[in-house]
Ligand binder design. Sequence first.
Ligand SMILES: Cc1ncc(COP(=O)(O)O)c(C=O)c1O
Length: 360
Amino acid sequence: MAKGVDIIDLGVGDPDLPTPSHIIEAVKKASEVPANHRYPSYSGMNDFKYAVAEWYKNRFGVDLDPGKEVVSLIGSKEGIAHLPLAFINPGDLAMIPTPAYPVYHTATLFAGGESFFMPLLSENHFLPDLDSIPSHLADRAKLMFINYPNNPTAAVADLEFFNRVVEFANKKRILICHDAAYTEMAFDGYRPPSFMEADGGKEVGIEFHSLSKTYNMTGWRIGFAVGNSEAINGLGVIKSNIDSGVFQAVQIAGIEALRNKQTCVKDMKEIYTRRRDLMVNGLREAGFELESPKATFYLWIRVPKGYTSALLATRLLEKGVVVTPGNGFGEPGEGYFRMALTQKRDKLAEAIERIKAMSL
Ligand SMILES: Cc1ncc(COP(=O)(O)O)c(C=O)c1O
């Protein structure tokens, strides 16, 4: 970029679309109120927690106690990163998918724990194979991270899979941490489930949610966790020793986002559907092998024969197209690369032209 090359960045999962204007208006007003300039409550404003519970009821049909089963987060990453400090002692195991969002593993390391990696393979539809986990290792595990719709593979999971995870959690007495950052970014009428909808999901699980992708609010830093009250409380205890909650004006904007009509979410999904179709068709014409994702704004694409993930990403970078090599998310990601649909359609079309012009 410094050399003046026109770079098309499809590397990072950060929406290029602006936050909807009704949310911006809410923060403008709230930021002028002196009461909002003070320390917020650690676990979140009551009104925010009620808005989360109402949203869960409307969206998933799940009942939550806003007092005990909801906590606000400074983005879901913050909650994911702090959770292992509450439940992992040195030497404990956490079960972590791979490839995956890197924070599950690093947060486990920070707590002194070890990761047991569960490979996500295409032959298992990128779901972990629970039956292949050695029993003696599962016995040592305190928690398991899962994430559907999934980053980076864009795979989805149904309730039947979540029910099997609940069964596993009950048998092995482990906490399930479901990262649900992408449940609202789904296409063609598909509605991803919450882990809380599984039978007994709330008893064994905590679910992390984010306003970042749903409402184009990555820069605002607001999310929440819901689920098992002891898990929520444990996370809350860690947080109360580290941070002091989310700026109230941002929580008020979050309430506006959750309670207002969800037209902006519908619009967002339509934009990504069109981008997805353009890019999937273009890449297939260019000879790449990939599935058209039902959810997330990621494409998970096999590299052509004779390439590694890194080599392909380097070749694309030389043409001014930034993608993420799959091995960066964990070793089973080798042989893939990830594209984020975070550019307008003309830029995506230009990226396809550049890719087609390469001799791969
Ligand atoms: C799978 C997954 N979880 C969590 C996050 C963190 O989102 P935030 O902290 O903005 O809520 C991301 C961000 O890219 C993600 O991809």
